[in-house]
Design a protein around this ligand. Structure first.
Ligand SMILES: Nc1nc2c(c(=O)[nH]1)N[C@H]1C(S)=C(S)[C@@H](COP(=O)(O)O)O[C@H]1N2
Ligand SMILES: [Mo]
Length: 365
Protein backbone atom coordinates (compact mmCIF):
# COMPACT_ATOMS: atom_id res chain seq x y z
CA UNK A 1 0.00 0.00 0.00
CA UNK A 2 1.37 3.44 -0.87
CA UNK A 3 1.06 6.62 1.13
CA UNK A 4 -1.31 8.01 -1.53
CA UNK A 5 -3.90 5.37 -0.59
CA UNK A 6 -4.75 7.13 2.65
CA UNK A 7 -3.01 10.51 2.46
CA UNK A 8 -5.11 12.20 -0.19
CA UNK A 9 -5.35 15.65 -1.74
CA UNK A 10 -7.43 18.30 -0.02
CA UNK A 11 -11.05 18.40 -1.07
CA UNK A 12 -14.20 20.41 -0.77
CA UNK A 13 -17.36 18.70 0.52
CA UNK A 14 -20.10 17.88 -1.96
CA UNK A 15 -23.39 19.76 -1.85
CA UNK A 16 -25.28 18.74 1.28
CA UNK A 17 -22.46 16.40 2.41
CA UNK A 18 -22.36 16.23 6.19
CA UNK A 19 -19.23 16.29 8.35
CA UNK A 20 -17.38 13.00 7.77
CA UNK A 21 -16.16 10.49 10.38
CA UNK A 22 -12.61 11.57 9.52
CA UNK A 23 -13.49 15.15 10.36
CA UNK A 24 -15.18 13.98 13.58
CA UNK A 25 -11.96 12.11 14.43
CA UNK A 26 -10.01 15.36 14.07
CA UNK A 27 -12.64 17.34 15.98
CA UNK A 28 -12.42 14.94 18.92
CA UNK A 29 -8.63 15.39 19.14
CA UNK A 30 -8.53 19.11 18.48
CA UNK A 31 -10.93 20.85 20.80
CA UNK A 32 -12.18 24.42 20.80
CA UNK A 33 -12.60 26.82 23.70
CA UNK A 34 -16.13 26.70 25.14
CA UNK A 35 -17.45 30.20 24.41
CA UNK A 36 -18.48 30.76 28.03
CA UNK A 37 -14.74 30.63 28.85
CA UNK A 38 -14.48 34.12 27.34
CA UNK A 39 -15.44 35.29 30.82
CA UNK A 40 -11.76 34.80 31.74
CA UNK A 41 -9.32 37.50 30.65
CA UNK A 42 -6.73 34.72 30.42
CA UNK A 43 -8.05 31.35 29.27
CA UNK A 44 -7.28 28.54 31.74
CA UNK A 45 -4.88 26.21 29.90
CA UNK A 46 -7.31 23.29 29.74
CA UNK A 47 -9.97 25.46 28.08
CA UNK A 48 -7.64 26.99 25.45
CA UNK A 49 -8.24 25.54 21.97
CA UNK A 50 -5.83 22.85 20.75
CA UNK A 51 -4.71 22.04 17.22
CA UNK A 52 -2.17 19.28 16.53
CA UNK A 53 -1.56 18.12 12.94
CA UNK A 54 0.12 14.78 13.79
CA UNK A 55 0.74 13.21 17.24
CA UNK A 56 1.77 14.99 20.43
CA UNK A 57 5.44 13.94 20.51
CA UNK A 58 7.12 12.43 23.56
CA UNK A 59 9.47 15.06 25.00
CA UNK A 60 12.65 14.40 26.94
CA UNK A 61 12.82 17.76 28.71
CA UNK A 62 16.12 17.27 30.60
CA UNK A 63 17.90 16.56 27.33
CA UNK A 64 15.97 19.01 25.15
CA UNK A 65 18.33 21.12 23.03
CA UNK A 66 17.18 24.01 20.89
CA UNK A 67 19.49 24.27 17.88
CA UNK A 68 19.99 27.65 16.20
CA UNK A 69 21.89 27.15 12.96
CA UNK A 70 22.28 28.28 9.35
CA UNK A 71 23.31 31.78 8.32
CA UNK A 72 24.62 32.78 11.76
CA UNK A 73 28.07 33.72 13.06
CA UNK A 74 27.81 31.43 16.06
CA UNK A 75 25.51 28.37 15.89
CA UNK A 76 23.86 27.71 19.26
CA UNK A 77 22.64 24.60 21.03
CA UNK A 78 20.73 25.65 24.13
CA UNK A 79 19.27 23.46 26.87
CA UNK A 80 16.20 24.44 28.87
CA UNK A 81 18.14 25.35 32.02
CA UNK A 82 20.32 27.75 30.08
CA UNK A 83 17.31 29.23 28.29
CA UNK A 84 15.40 29.78 31.53
CA UNK A 85 18.39 31.63 32.99
CA UNK A 86 18.06 34.29 30.27
CA UNK A 87 15.96 37.44 30.67
CA UNK A 88 12.39 36.27 30.55
CA UNK A 89 9.30 38.08 29.35
CA UNK A 90 5.64 37.34 30.01
CA UNK A 91 3.33 38.24 27.15
CA UNK A 92 -0.46 37.91 26.93
CA UNK A 93 -1.40 36.72 23.44
CA UNK A 94 -4.64 35.73 21.73
CA UNK A 95 -4.07 32.76 19.41
CA UNK A 96 -6.60 31.71 16.81
CA UNK A 97 -6.45 28.83 14.33
CA UNK A 98 -6.52 29.94 10.69
CA UNK A 99 -9.25 27.35 10.09
CA UNK A 100 -11.60 28.88 12.66
CA UNK A 101 -15.02 29.29 11.02
CA UNK A 102 -14.28 26.71 8.33
CA UNK A 103 -17.21 24.39 9.06
CA UNK A 104 -19.72 27.09 8.14
CA UNK A 105 -18.17 27.83 4.76
CA UNK A 106 -20.33 26.74 1.86
CA UNK A 107 -19.14 24.55 0.20
CA UNK A 108 -17.15 23.27 3.18
CA UNK A 109 -13.44 22.47 2.82
CA UNK A 110 -12.98 18.97 4.31
CA UNK A 111 -10.58 19.43 7.23
CA UNK A 112 -10.66 20.16 10.98
CA UNK A 113 -14.30 21.38 11.16
CA UNK A 114 -14.07 24.38 13.46
CA UNK A 115 -17.18 26.44 14.11
CA UNK A 116 -15.88 29.57 15.89
CA UNK A 117 -14.20 28.29 19.07
CA UNK A 118 -10.60 27.83 17.86
CA UNK A 119 -9.29 30.68 19.98
CA UNK A 120 -7.77 31.32 23.38
CA UNK A 121 -5.67 33.84 25.28
CA UNK A 122 -2.72 32.81 27.39
CA UNK A 123 0.21 34.36 29.19
CA UNK A 124 3.38 32.94 27.71
CA UNK A 125 6.75 33.07 29.47
CA UNK A 126 9.87 32.91 27.37
CA UNK A 127 12.74 34.76 25.75
CA UNK A 128 12.24 37.03 22.76
CA UNK A 129 13.26 35.34 19.51
CA UNK A 130 15.29 38.46 18.67
CA UNK A 131 17.51 37.90 21.72
CA UNK A 132 18.41 34.41 20.48
CA UNK A 133 18.97 35.58 16.89
CA UNK A 134 21.17 38.46 18.08
CA UNK A 135 23.05 36.07 20.34
CA UNK A 136 23.84 33.84 17.36
CA UNK A 137 24.50 36.83 15.09
CA UNK A 138 22.52 36.64 11.85
CA UNK A 139 24.74 36.93 8.78
CA UNK A 140 23.84 39.36 5.96
CA UNK A 141 22.88 36.45 3.66
CA UNK A 142 19.99 35.40 5.97
CA UNK A 143 16.56 35.56 4.24
CA UNK A 144 14.04 33.35 6.07
CA UNK A 145 13.93 31.70 9.48
CA UNK A 146 12.66 28.11 9.66
CA UNK A 147 11.14 26.71 12.86
CA UNK A 148 10.93 22.93 13.25
CA UNK A 149 8.86 20.97 15.76
CA UNK A 150 9.59 17.49 17.09
CA UNK A 151 6.36 16.10 15.64
CA UNK A 152 6.34 14.13 12.42
CA UNK A 153 3.69 12.92 10.02
CA UNK A 154 2.25 12.74 6.53
CA UNK A 155 0.04 15.29 4.88
CA UNK A 156 -1.41 14.91 1.38
CA UNK A 157 1.26 12.31 0.66
CA UNK A 158 4.16 14.44 1.92
CA UNK A 159 6.22 13.12 4.85
CA UNK A 160 7.41 15.93 7.10
CA UNK A 161 8.35 17.39 10.43
CA UNK A 162 5.97 20.22 11.31
CA UNK A 163 7.82 23.29 10.02
CA UNK A 164 7.02 26.90 9.39
CA UNK A 165 9.07 29.77 8.04
CA UNK A 166 8.98 33.50 8.70
CA UNK A 167 10.91 36.12 6.77
CA UNK A 168 13.89 37.43 8.73
CA UNK A 169 12.23 40.85 8.85
CA UNK A 170 9.03 39.38 10.34
CA UNK A 171 11.05 37.27 12.75
CA UNK A 172 12.84 40.40 14.00
CA UNK A 173 9.76 42.64 14.18
CA UNK A 174 6.78 40.48 15.12
CA UNK A 175 7.59 40.20 18.85
CA UNK A 176 7.82 36.40 18.83
CA UNK A 177 8.69 34.53 22.00
CA UNK A 178 10.38 31.18 22.54
CA UNK A 179 8.22 30.06 25.45
CA UNK A 180 8.32 27.34 28.12
CA UNK A 181 5.40 28.41 30.31
CA UNK A 182 1.69 28.92 29.69
CA UNK A 183 -0.17 30.84 32.41
CA UNK A 184 2.75 30.46 34.79
CA UNK A 185 3.02 26.66 34.50
CA UNK A 186 5.21 24.46 32.29
CA UNK A 187 3.59 24.08 28.84
CA UNK A 188 1.01 21.26 28.82
CA UNK A 189 2.05 18.45 26.40
CA UNK A 190 -0.61 19.42 23.86
CA UNK A 191 0.55 23.06 23.83
CA UNK A 192 4.17 22.25 23.02
CA UNK A 193 6.01 20.99 26.12
CA UNK A 194 8.79 21.76 26.74
CA UNK A 195 9.28 24.64 24.28
CA UNK A 196 7.30 26.48 21.64
CA UNK A 197 7.29 29.55 19.49
CA UNK A 198 4.54 32.15 20.01
CA UNK A 199 4.01 34.58 17.14
CA UNK A 200 1.63 37.34 18.30
CA UNK A 201 -0.88 38.61 15.76
CA UNK A 202 -0.43 35.68 13.40
CA UNK A 203 -2.80 32.79 12.95
CA UNK A 204 -1.79 29.83 15.10
CA UNK A 205 0.06 27.80 12.45
CA UNK A 206 3.09 30.12 12.83
CA UNK A 207 3.48 29.33 16.54
CA UNK A 208 5.48 26.11 16.19
CA UNK A 209 5.13 23.77 19.19
CA UNK A 210 7.73 21.27 20.48
CA UNK A 211 10.32 23.62 19.01
CA UNK A 212 13.64 21.88 18.50
CA UNK A 213 15.38 23.95 15.85
CA UNK A 214 15.61 27.43 14.37
CA UNK A 215 17.50 27.70 11.10
CA UNK A 216 18.31 30.91 9.23
CA UNK A 217 18.36 30.13 5.50
CA UNK A 218 19.62 32.18 2.53
CA UNK A 219 16.52 31.71 0.36
CA UNK A 220 12.75 31.73 0.64
CA UNK A 221 11.36 28.81 2.66
CA UNK A 222 9.16 26.56 0.51
CA UNK A 223 8.17 23.92 3.06
CA UNK A 224 4.72 22.32 2.92
CA UNK A 225 3.04 24.42 5.64
CA UNK A 226 4.07 27.69 3.97
CA UNK A 227 3.99 26.86 0.26
CA UNK A 228 1.17 24.29 0.10
CA UNK A 229 -1.06 24.20 3.17
CA UNK A 230 -1.71 27.67 4.57
CA UNK A 231 -2.64 29.67 1.50
CA UNK A 232 -5.77 31.55 0.50
CA UNK A 233 -6.70 29.90 -2.81
CA UNK A 234 -9.77 30.26 -4.99
CA UNK A 235 -9.27 26.83 -6.60
CA UNK A 236 -6.96 23.79 -6.33
CA UNK A 237 -4.56 25.12 -8.97
CA UNK A 238 -4.53 28.75 -7.78
CA UNK A 239 -1.10 29.37 -6.16
CA UNK A 240 -2.89 31.72 -3.77
CA UNK A 241 -1.40 34.02 -1.15
CA UNK A 242 0.03 33.08 2.25
CA UNK A 243 -2.17 33.09 5.36
CA UNK A 244 -0.55 35.53 7.79
CA UNK A 245 -2.19 37.76 10.41
CA UNK A 246 -5.47 37.30 12.23
CA UNK A 247 -8.49 39.06 10.72
CA UNK A 248 -10.72 41.00 13.13
CA UNK A 249 -13.37 39.01 14.94
CA UNK A 250 -15.83 39.62 17.77
CA UNK A 251 -17.51 36.78 19.64
CA UNK A 252 -20.33 37.06 22.16
CA UNK A 253 -20.52 34.90 25.23
CA UNK A 254 -23.79 33.10 24.49
CA UNK A 255 -26.27 34.58 27.01
CA UNK A 256 -28.89 32.76 29.09
CA UNK A 257 -28.93 28.98 29.22
CA UNK A 258 -28.45 26.41 26.46
CA UNK A 259 -30.65 23.61 25.24
CA UNK A 260 -28.52 20.44 25.54
CA UNK A 261 -28.76 19.18 21.96
CA UNK A 262 -29.25 22.25 19.80
CA UNK A 263 -27.33 24.58 22.12
CA UNK A 264 -29.95 27.20 21.26
CA UNK A 265 -30.03 29.88 23.98
CA UNK A 266 -33.00 30.47 26.23
CA UNK A 267 -33.27 33.72 28.16
CA UNK A 268 -35.75 35.10 30.67
CA UNK A 269 -37.40 38.49 30.01
CA UNK A 270 -35.54 41.47 31.46
CA UNK A 271 -32.36 43.50 31.31
CA UNK A 272 -29.25 41.55 30.41
CA UNK A 273 -25.65 42.58 29.76
CA UNK A 274 -24.29 40.92 26.62
CA UNK A 275 -20.54 40.44 26.85
CA UNK A 276 -17.85 39.21 24.51
CA UNK A 277 -14.28 39.57 23.28
CA UNK A 278 -12.82 41.00 20.09
CA UNK A 279 -9.37 40.82 18.55
CA UNK A 280 -7.36 41.45 15.39
CA UNK A 281 -3.80 40.59 14.48
CA UNK A 282 -3.44 43.67 12.26
CA UNK A 283 -4.14 46.50 14.71
CA UNK A 284 -5.96 47.09 17.99
CA UNK A 285 -9.75 46.75 17.89
CA UNK A 286 -11.39 50.18 18.12
CA UNK A 287 -15.07 49.42 17.52
CA UNK A 288 -17.43 46.54 18.28
CA UNK A 289 -21.08 46.58 17.30
CA UNK A 290 -23.79 44.22 18.47
CA UNK A 291 -27.06 43.36 16.76
CA UNK A 292 -30.06 41.49 18.19
CA UNK A 293 -31.90 41.34 14.85
CA UNK A 294 -29.46 39.36 12.72
CA UNK A 295 -27.55 42.41 11.49
CA UNK A 296 -30.50 44.63 10.45
CA UNK A 297 -29.52 47.22 13.08
CA UNK A 298 -26.41 47.72 15.20
CA UNK A 299 -25.50 49.21 18.56
CA UNK A 300 -22.04 50.30 19.55
CA UNK A 301 -20.68 48.19 22.41
CA UNK A 302 -18.72 49.60 25.31
CA UNK A 303 -15.09 48.49 25.14
CA UNK A 304 -13.27 47.42 28.29
CA UNK A 305 -10.19 49.42 29.28
CA UNK A 306 -7.47 49.12 26.68
CA UNK A 307 -5.14 46.30 27.64
CA UNK A 308 -2.42 44.78 25.61
CA UNK A 309 -2.63 45.05 21.82
CA UNK A 310 -1.71 41.39 21.35
CA UNK A 311 -4.68 40.05 23.31
CA UNK A 312 -8.43 40.24 22.91
CA UNK A 313 -10.46 43.14 24.30
CA UNK A 314 -13.69 42.72 26.25
CA UNK A 315 -16.89 44.49 25.24
CA UNK A 316 -20.43 44.75 26.58
CA UNK A 317 -23.83 46.05 25.63
CA UNK A 318 -27.05 46.25 27.66
CA UNK A 319 -30.15 44.65 26.23
CA UNK A 320 -33.69 44.83 27.53
CA UNK A 321 -34.88 41.41 26.42
CA UNK A 322 -38.61 41.05 25.71
CA UNK A 323 -40.34 37.80 24.70
CA UNK A 324 -39.63 36.68 21.15
CA UNK A 325 -37.02 35.10 18.90
CA UNK A 326 -33.78 36.91 18.12
CA UNK A 327 -30.51 36.41 16.34
CA UNK A 328 -27.57 37.96 18.18
CA UNK A 329 -24.42 38.87 16.33
CA UNK A 330 -21.35 41.09 16.80
CA UNK A 331 -18.71 42.54 14.52
CA UNK A 332 -15.34 44.17 15.14
CA UNK A 333 -13.31 46.87 13.44
CA UNK A 334 -9.63 47.56 14.01
CA UNK A 335 -7.46 50.67 13.78
CA UNK A 336 -6.18 49.58 10.36
CA UNK A 337 -9.78 50.02 9.10
CA UNK A 338 -10.42 46.29 8.65
CA UNK A 339 -14.08 45.56 9.36
CA UNK A 340 -15.39 42.11 10.16
CA UNK A 341 -17.87 41.12 7.43
CA UNK A 342 -21.25 39.45 7.96
CA UNK A 343 -20.14 36.97 5.30
CA UNK A 344 -16.42 36.50 4.61
CA UNK A 345 -15.13 35.66 1.13
CA UNK A 346 -14.84 31.92 0.39
CA UNK A 347 -11.45 30.24 -0.08
CA UNK A 348 -10.56 26.62 -0.71
CA UNK A 349 -8.77 25.91 2.57
CA UNK A 350 -11.43 27.56 4.71
CA UNK A 351 -8.90 29.97 6.22
CA UNK A 352 -9.34 33.34 7.88
CA UNK A 353 -13.12 32.97 7.78
CA UNK A 354 -14.22 35.76 10.08
CA UNK A 355 -17.91 35.84 9.13
CA UNK A 356 -19.91 37.27 12.03
CA UNK A 357 -21.07 34.60 14.47
CA UNK A 358 -24.86 34.27 14.82
CA UNK A 359 -26.54 33.13 18.03
CA UNK A 360 -30.25 32.25 17.90
CA UNK A 361 -31.95 33.23 21.16
CA UNK A 362 -35.46 32.68 22.50
CA UNK A 363 -36.65 35.06 25.22
CA UNK A 364 -39.42 33.63 27.41
CA UNK A 365 -41.62 35.15 30.15
N1 LIG B 1 4.88 21.47 15.94
C1 LIG B 1 3.64 21.87 15.70
N2 LIG B 1 3.33 23.15 15.95
C2 LIG B 1 2.09 23.60 15.71
C3 LIG B 1 1.08 22.75 15.18
C4 LIG B 1 1.44 21.39 14.93
O1 LIG B 1 0.63 20.57 14.48
N3 LIG B 1 2.73 21.00 15.20
N4 LIG B 1 -0.16 23.25 14.90
C5 LIG B 1 -0.21 24.69 14.64
C6 LIG B 1 -1.55 25.20 14.52
S1 LIG B 1 -2.31 24.95 13.04
C7 LIG B 1 -2.14 25.96 15.49
S2 LIG B 1 -3.63 26.69 15.24
C8 LIG B 1 -1.46 26.18 16.79
C9 LIG B 1 -2.35 25.77 17.94
O2 LIG B 1 -1.74 26.05 19.16
P1 LIG B 1 -2.42 25.52 20.51
O3 LIG B 1 -2.77 24.07 20.30
O4 LIG B 1 -1.44 25.75 21.58
O5 LIG B 1 -3.67 26.34 20.70
O6 LIG B 1 -0.26 25.45 16.89
C10 LIG B 1 0.53 25.46 15.73
N5 LIG B 1 1.80 24.89 15.99
MO1 LIG C 1 -4.38 26.12 13.07
Amino acid sequence: MSVETFSTASRVAGKGEGVTLEELQLAARNHGMPLEAMRYDVTPAGLHYVLVHYDIPAADAPNWQLELTGCVEQPLSIGLTELKAMNRQIVRVTLECAGNGRARQDPRPVSQPWLVEAVGTAEWTGVPLTVLLEHAGVRPDGVDVVFTGADHGFERGVEQDYQRGLSLTEAMEVGALVAWEMNGEPLPPQHGFPLRLVVPGWYGMASVKWLRSIEVIDHEFTGFQNAVAYRLRSSADDPGVPVTRIEPRALLIPPGHPDFMSRARILKTGAVVLRGRAWSGWAPVDLVEVSVDGGASWREAELDAEGNDLAWRGFSVEWDATPGEYELTARARDESGRVQPLQAAWNRGGFANNSAHRIPVVVID
